[in-house]
Design a protein around this ligand. Structure first.
Ligand SMILES: [Fe+2]
Length: 319
């Protein structure tokens, strides 16, 4: 039986991909960000998932504004990196897992979630940046460490799905995975966010207090998050903060109680808050054990978050 062993939340800021592609990872501004993912890369190497389900949003790359599916599942054998205006990112083509993806499509659609099935799809920074953050830099001529089942969610044009709908879709995905006969170790990513707004009078908005509460509740009390209406995300986390509903698909696919094995938060990257969390299901194989080995348990007091909040103040003063 396949099983989901852990969920990973990660921002997918495009500038992080550009920094990696242009050799800027050692510059102090970017090193601060990349170093926050080093332990997670160790965890990933230890955990060695067989497949990753990656929940992300397309940024008018595969889907134009003429056609926007709410939930689109990638069932193809491979997903080339999209040209987002300056050529495709120099990363390998992402290999899919058509058998698992088709199984998920059947199970989830029969559970009354109407997914769009994509048998041909390019993927943009929304997916490849979190892959780099968790798997490290992979040369274009190389291979990503595991196949991926992409799930693109509309958060770019109103109305996006509700947080509750996303959470329940995560539940349905978990059921689908657990009815897949092959013994596969699966991780699921929720990407996007955290608080940010990229245009308008509030461009540059970052709300570290909101982000911290979101991460705390994601870990311990996700039912509180599923009730948050869209307008609260917009008001508190900025227009693009609505991407955070995608993390609820990841959370819905996990146990009610999980172990938070790692968390990282820093601001800003470009003009976005960067959040990252790893949540492991309990008693389900090696994820927890590997995580304990690869990453220290975070302090619940949010020391890093407090330091991040201090950095916000510092950078605002500098700005
Ligand atoms: Fe995005």
């Amino acid at each position: 039986m396949a099983r989901i062993i852990a969920g990973i939340g990660s921002s997918h800021v495009p500038a992080i991909g550009a920094a990696l592609d242009n050799g800027k990872t050692e510059e102090p501004y970017w090193k601060r960000i990349f170093s926050g993912f080093e332990k997670s890369q160790g965890w990933m190497r230890e955990t060695k998932p067989d497949v990753a389900i990656i929940v992300y949003n397309d940024h008018a790359s595969a889907f134009s504004v003429e056609m926007i599916p709410t939930f689109a599942l990638g069932c193809a054998a491979e997903f080339p990196p999209a040209d987002e205006g300056w050529g495709p990112r120099p990363v390998p083509v992402v290999k899919g897992h058509p058998a698992l993806a088709s199984h998920i499509a059947q199970s989830v659609i029969l559970d009354e979630f109407d997914l769009t099935i994509c048998n041909k799809m390019e993927v943009d920074h929304g997916m490849t940046v979190p892959m780099n953050l968790l798997f490290g830099k992979v040369e274009k001529s190389g291979h990503w460490p595991c196949p991926v089942v992409p799930l693109a969610v509309n958060v770019v044009m109103y109305p996006p799905p509700t947080g509750h709908r996303c959470f329940m879709l995560g539940r349905a995905i978990r059921k689908a995975v657990e009815s897949y006969p092959e013994d596969l170790k699966v991780v699921i990513f929720g990407t996007g966010g955290l608080s940010h707004q990229i245009s308008g009078p509030r461009a540059g908005l970052i709300n570290s207090k909101w982000d911290k509460n979101f991460l705390d509740n994601l870990s311990n009390n996700p039912q509180k998050l599923v009730k948050i209406p869209h307008i609260d995300y917009m008001r508190e986390a900025g227009a693009e903060g609505i991407e955070m509903v995608m993390w609820l698909i990841m959370r819905g696919a996990l146990d009610d109680k999980v172990d938070e094995v790692y968390r990282f938060y820093t601001v800003p990257a470009s003009n976005t808050a960067v959040g990252h969390i790893i949540l492991a299901n309990r008693g389900r194989g090696s994820a927890r054990k590997s995580a304990a080995k690869a990453a220290p348990k975070p302090k619940r007091s949010g020391g890093k978050l407090k330091r991040a909040a201090a950095r916000v103040k510092t950078e605002r003063i500098r700005g």
